[in-house]
Design a protein around this ligand. Structure first.
Ligand code: PLP
Length: 397
């Protein structure tokens, strides 16, 4: 494979993956890996899950694409299922997380526009957040490393310090505020968990001020935290929510979910997509969401997460020179490291055939499939422990 004709935007690991099954990946040279990245929270049912494989095969023989000018097979059923199992009344299907976020941001602004307050355009996000790479998404997260060089900041987007309640209250109370957007559990930013109490207060403030609450559950939703939606832990609901990643189990599917009220400005012609909600994506999405939302899938997340958390705290005690914090929720786990996280990831990969993801704040993320077995979880801990031992000598700071 030559990288010469690929745009150089990725810092890729020197590993060419050939095939996968469950929580295993095999490189072209035959080396077997335990996959605790899952396509960054995407292959939530593992690789080549038989139900998903069958769904792709069956649909591929019938119909791939028509256009949203027609009724698309599967869209209404998947939307029904998503709404039955969430706060939402309506759904717009996309191909990715960033498109789901784009729709969420546009839905929020159109809501105020359609309800006689076009001046309410201000959208507040938080440091450490990640919402994708479209202009709307990079401006909503306002992380300088993603916005630099892409022109002036988009009007009406503001970043707050995560946890600065005073600043957030002022934002809620401003008459031009449209929406507040956050990941209930930050993914890329290093697995920071927004406390339940804080989320409940945000809901209260939003209700009081008419500001819309947008949750980005692209990474933390669909069972990953041990509830179907991460916000369920706080017992509150957003007005609008972006999801993607696990929704297609590895096939590109995203969605923007909203209440009828929040979506009241999204009328004919104001938004659209050629591929969003195509028949193949809907067939796989229905199959994947069906599996992900099963009580036994969610129960497995909690069981395996409980085991991993306990073991990881043990490793932190034994390797305080390597691991300084264990954070996250469910199977969205962050380990804040002393040695450089990228070097540690490389070491775990090359010396222990364990794949983990990077994250902000010098974290590595452990994002196994939600159906990981206890045996596989034990194996992950053994490999991680061995990686910590090696890191002690090789990555001494
Ligand atoms: N939002 C969150 C929380 C994410 O983690 C991501 C991707 O990592 C996105 C949005 C963007 O999703 P996509 O890469 O599918 O556009």
């Amino acid at each position: 494979m030559s990288a010469n004709h690929l745009m150089g935007v990725y810092n890729r690991a020197p590993l060419e993956v050939d095939r996968g099954l469950g929580a295993r990946l095999w490189a072209k040279d035959g080396t077997e890996y335990l996959d605790c990245v899952s396509g960054i929270s995407t292959n939530a049912l593992g690789h080549a899950h038989p139900v998903l494989v069958q769904a792709v095969k069956d649909q591929a023989e019938k119909l791939w694409h028509v256009s949203n000018i027609f009724k698309i097979p599967g869209q209404e059923e998947l939307a029904d299922d998503l709404c039955a199992k969430s706060f939402a009344d309506v759904v717009f299907f996309t191909n990715s997380g960033t498109e789901a976020m784009e729709c969420a941001l546009k839905t929020a602004r159109r809501y105020h526009f359609a309800n006689g307050a076009p001046e309410r355009i201000d959208i507040f996000g938080f440091d450490g957040s990640f919402h994708g790479r479209t202009y709307g998404a990079i401006n909503a997260a306002a992380n300088p490393s993603y916005t630099e060089g892409f022109g002036p900041p988009m009007q009406g987007f503001h970043q707050l310090v995560w946890g600065d309640k005073e600043a957030l209250e002022a934002a809620f109370r401003s008459p031009t505020t449209c929406a507040v957007v956050l990941e209930p559990v930050q993914g890329e930013g290093g697995c920071r968990v927004t406390p339940d109490e804080y989320l409940r207060w945000m809901r209260q403030m939003a209700d009081e001020t008419g500001v819309l609450l947008i949750f980005d559950e692209v990474q933390c939703g669909m069972g990953r935290t041990g509830k179907l939606w991460a916000h369920e832990w706080a017992g509150i609901e957003p007005d609008i929510m972006a999801i993607a990643k696990a929704l297609g189990g590895g096939f590109p599917v995203g969605a923007c979910l909203a209440t009828t009220k929040a979506a009241s400005g999204m009328t004919v012609g104001v938004h659209g997509s050629t591929f969003g909600g195509n028949p193949l994506a809907m067939a796989v999405g229905k199959a994947a969401f069906g599996e992900l939302s099963k009580p036994e899938t969610i129960a497995n997340v909690n069981e395996i997460a409980g085991y991993l958390k306990q073991q990881l705290h043990g490793l932190k005690e034994r390797f305080p020179d390597i691991i300084v914090d264990v954070r996250g929720k469910g199977l969205l786990i962050g380990l804040k490291l002393v040695p450089n996280n990228r070097e540690f990831m490389g070491l775990a990969r090359d010396e222990q055939q364990l794949l983990v993801a990077g994250g902000g704040d010098n974290c590595v993320r452990i994002l196994p499939p939600l159906n990981l077995s206890l045996d596989e979880a034990q194996e992950a801990i053994r490999r991680l422990e061995a990686a910590c031992e090696i890191a002690r000598t090789k990555l001494a700071t």
